[in-house]
Structures are given as structure tokens and as C-alpha cells.
Ligand binder design. Sequence first.
Ligand code: PLP
Length: 397
Amino acid sequence: MKVEEIFQVYKENIMPTYSKVPLVFVKGKGSRLWDINGRAYLDFFPGWGVGNLGHCHPKVMQGVRDQISKLIFVPNNYYHPFQAKLAKELIYLSFPGKVFFANSGAEANEGAIKLARKFGKGRYEIITFENAFHGRTLAALAATGQKKYQAGFEPMPEGFKQVKFNDINAVKQALTEKTVAVMLELIQGEGGVNVADKDFVLALRKLCDEKNLLLIIDEVQTGIGRTAKMFGYQHYGITPDIMTLAKALGGGLPIGAMIARRDLSDLLAPGMHASTFGGGPVICRAALGVFKAMQKEKILKNCQNMGEYLLEKLKLLKNSFAVIKEIRGMGLMLGVELAVEGKPIVEKCMLQGLLINCTHDKVLRLMPALNVTKKEIDKAIGILEGVIASEAKQSCF
Ligand SMILES: *Cc1c(COP(=O)(O)O)cnc(C)c1O
């Protein structure tokens, strides 16, 4: 199919749920993507947070290739060795407990919400935060504290209360005898790369312990090394009661996982919750490939080093351009808050071969693969600098 034809077929046959960029991609490797015309792009937002190892990592491909040649699917009433292996790895890397496998972030969060309600025995309210993002299914959407995503789909399922992020008193004021859990991202990704304060998270942990509430941490975007630790909570010296994962866990294939601490982890007994595809053999091989690569290639160390390098470069840009208001984030999850709309900058970067994202209107989000190189960062910064300079000139900054 030719490019114009592809656009036309999408228009006629696919629901218009995404605002789309007119690029057709056919190949990827590491931090590079190639479009249908053979043009290469530097991808600094691979797969919306999926591509922590970049595109088509050999360790992921190897596991997947091997598995599809043997057995593609096993339903969850049987056993297979690689689900066992992946669950063991996840628990080893996180905290004592058990895993439930799903297929996406929203689904992992739905599972967490159901588990919290089961634990609550009648207590069901979950406190979430303004500008949070937990997914698009109805309960996850109710947990998502952004009206722009909820508009038109009311009524939202009951039992969610949004309060101000990083404000422990707001949480305390929202508590009722029905409250069962607090759910949050440690860095709000879609909400503008807002980092949770350490004091706030410690206070939340304490509050949850005192009131017998579950602390649910949504690590769908921050997990799997994105912040230079395997999971974001490991920066805070706390352990969640429930953690959810998805995005980068499958190295590009769909998976979600909910991990609950040991004394909660048998509450969902046979028949209470399920997923047909959750934790199938192919995806488990992909995820095991991700962890193998992370270990063998010292990915966390590279994320730490390249995160510091990118942050330093961005700070230099901030010193040169008043249009940049703030740089924030952790590891290789960095936000550049602008005084202007970010969309024109994203578009101009794209024309010059650099793919980035803008979230919350004014925050450029950079989340390159964790195995990104200095050279790639230099190239990206060069493009970004040129674009911001030309924008700044136009808007008199
Ligand atoms: C992307 C995301 C989700 C939703 O994941 P899907 O796989 O799209 O359902 C949930 N929580 C966070 C923090 C996310 O970034």
C-alpha cells in the first residue's frame, strides 16, 4: 500500500480515537525508526513508554522467536514454565508477594482496584490524585483524575476521590470510614511529569499503615528501569502493598501485571478474576528477554548516567531560553515545562527527524530508550535547541 492509500484506509476503516501524526513506520532498531520512505528518525519517546530497550531488542526477539516456533498459547487453567519463571523474576526484583498477569496497564489497575475492594470487605473508596492517569477502562478512568478523559462517559463508577498531588493534608481530609486505598503514580506521566515528593510518599505510607489502607503504586510508566531503578518506589525507601506494571514489561508486546504483597495475594481465589491471554508463553518469553538484557547490558547504570547527561544538557538549554520554565523528572523520564504550547515544537522536531512527546499542553516529555547513547543524546539536543531557538525568536522570548 502507498502512503496516501494507507491514510485513506485508516480514515474509512479505523475509529478516529487517536490524533495522528502523518508518519508510516515500517522498521525499528534501538533508538531509530524508519518510515515507509526509508527516512530514519531518532526516537526519544519510543512506544509511549513501551520501548525502554528501544525497538526490536535482540534478547526480546530471540525469546519470542523461539517460543512461537514451539507453543503460542496456553490457557490459564494449565501451567507453562515461562509464566512461572517470569513471576519468580518479578517477585525477586520487587517485594514478597504474588503476581496476577493481564494484558495492559488499565487492566492491571482494574485488578488492583478489585483486589482492594475485596480486601476492604465493604470499604471501597480509593483516593487518587489530580492529573493522575490510570487508563481508559471505566474504573481506571474513574481513578484517572482528569476531566478531559472522563467527559462524555459519565456516570463514572463510584468510589474514587481525587485530591491534590503531593498534599498529605488533602489526603487526610478525604478519608472516610469507607476509604480502603490510596493509588498514585510516583511520577505523573500523562499529567505533566510531576514527581512525588519524598516526604509526601513517606507520609502516605505511614498514613496507610495507621489506617489499614492499601498503598497502590501505578508503575505502568515508571517501572522497568525508567527512573534508573527497576521500580520507581525504590527511590523512596518504601514498599507498596500493590504495584501495577505494563508498558515496558513486554519489550513491545502487550502485558500487564499486578503484584500484591503476600498477605493480600490469596484474596482473589479461583474464579474471582481472570484474563484469557494474561501471561501467555510468548509474552512471558519477551518479558524474560527484557530482564535478561537489563542485567547483561547494565541498563540501569546506563539509564542513570545518560539521565544525568541529558538533564545537564537540558539545564544548559534552560539557561539559554527563557521559554523553558522548568526541567523535572528522574532517570530517563524527563519533562521540560514551557511557557508556551509544546505542540509546534514537537512538530518541528519531527520534521527534523526527532520524535518527542508533549503532554499536558506545555510539557515536552523525553523518554528515550534506556540504552540510548551520548551521541544520540547530543544529536537530539542539537535538534531541540535549533527548534526552540527558532520558536523563541518568533514568540519574542
Ligand atoms: C499508559 C498508562 C496506563 C494505561 O496503560 P494501557 O496499557 O494503555 O492500558 C496506566 N497507568 C499509567 C501510569 C500509564 O502511563
